[in-house]
Ligand binder design. Structure first.
Ligand SMILES: [Zn+2]
Length: 328
């Protein structure tokens, strides 16, 4: 773990150095292949304090402009149909989590450069107006509480504004529980949530509305897929509940979009062979992961891994890592 971190840091330093001494061409030298990218939030200023997965709309535009000029950016349908060009990088773009900021900030840029993309939406909006991770990020920063009790365990706020119990963060626990228990967490922080300047922070929690989801589904450049119902880690809840999330989210989104929903992205990329198989059984045709658990899964044409964008590096570093297909 430590060695990987050192290797990552050294790799980034080496890239900065090469850019600084003018060896950019060498670093961005031709690399070929295929990548499906994952974005999360696109905000106005690239603030990572509230959400460590967001990049700014300026970075996003510069990145989209670059890749649509220099590489072959295609729809996920074409990616699955292997409509690749030789001697270049073939790229498809996806967004996870269904945040309103995708609609507000990413969509105009994607339309401007005519870049196709897929949006993976949780159907949590039927139960709550936010995802639990964004809720916890925001209340943890703003609350005056130093300690809370959840499921008979005391969680103490640390310097990074995380509530932890014996070094396990509340966010990591929240991944593994179902909505019924998440709702108890909402109660604990209800007053803190009500006291937040929510208008000001809307880019960090607000989700797309059903009308906006439908508008995206109807646009020829874009597709809507499911990201399950509650953004739980589907490998940590019961198999029956996980399957229900996979199926119910499909039905809900089909109801909203009035068209078949055939793409599914596992929350956190966590999956099992059984759940991936279930996705195909209920009619998903494209199942998106982050990494393959087992190498042989790469041979299943329906399952694809994805390259997650990194909000903490420069555009040049991001491009160099993308071309290499790895951050290491
Ligand atoms: Zn997600």
């Amino acid at each position: 773990m430590l060695w990987m971190r050192i290797k990552y840091r050294l790799g980034l330093l080496y890239k900065i150095l090469l850019f600084k001494i003018g060896l950019k061409k060498w670093l961005l030298k031709d690399r070929y292949g295929e990548r499906i990218l994952v974005f999360h939030g696109i905000d106005s200023i690239g603030e990572t304090k509230y959400n460590s997965r967001f990049i700014s709309k300026f970075f996003f535009e510069a990145f989209i402009k670059h890749i649509s000029t220099h590489y072959n950016v295609i729809s996920l349908d074409d990616f699955y149909a292997k409509k690749f060009k030789k001697n270049t990088l073939n790229i498809a773009i996806t967004f996870d989590d269904g945040l309103l900021n995708n609609y507000q900030n990413a969509l105009p840029i994607l339309k401007k450069y005519k870049v196709p993309a897929c949006f993976y939406i949780t159907t949590i909006h039927e139960k709550a107006p936010y995802l639990w991770a964004d809720f916890l990020d925001l209340v943890s920063i703003h609350t005056k509480k130093e300690e809370i009790v959840f499921q008979n365990k005391a969680y103490i706020k640390n310097q990074k504004n995380e509530f932890t119990h014996q070094n396990v963060s509340l966010k990591n626990i929240a991944k593994t529980i179902t909505y019924k228990d998440i709702a108890l967490l909402y109660d604990i922080f209800k007053e803190d949530w009500n006291a937040l300047p929510k208008e000001e922070l809307n880019e960090y929690w607000e989700l797309m509305s059903p009308d906006q989801i439908k508008e995206i589904a109807d646009h020829p450049l874009f597709t809507i897929g499911s990201h399950a119902e509650t953004h739980a880690s589907l490998i940590n809840i019961s198999v029956a509940t996980a399957k229900e999330e996979i199926l119910q989210s499909k039905k809900s989104l089909e109801n909203i979009c009035q068209q078949p929903i055939e793409e599914f992205a596992f929350p956190f990329g966590y999956y099992t062979e059984e759940l991936a198989k279930y996705c195909l059984e209920v009619g998903y045709k494209k199942v998106l992961l982050v990494d393959y658990n087992i190498k042989s899964h790469a041979e299943n044409e329906a399952l694809k891994n994805r390259f997650v964008m990194n909000p903490y590096i420069t555009l040049e570093q991001q491009l160099a890592c993308l071309l290499k297909g790895s951050y290491f």
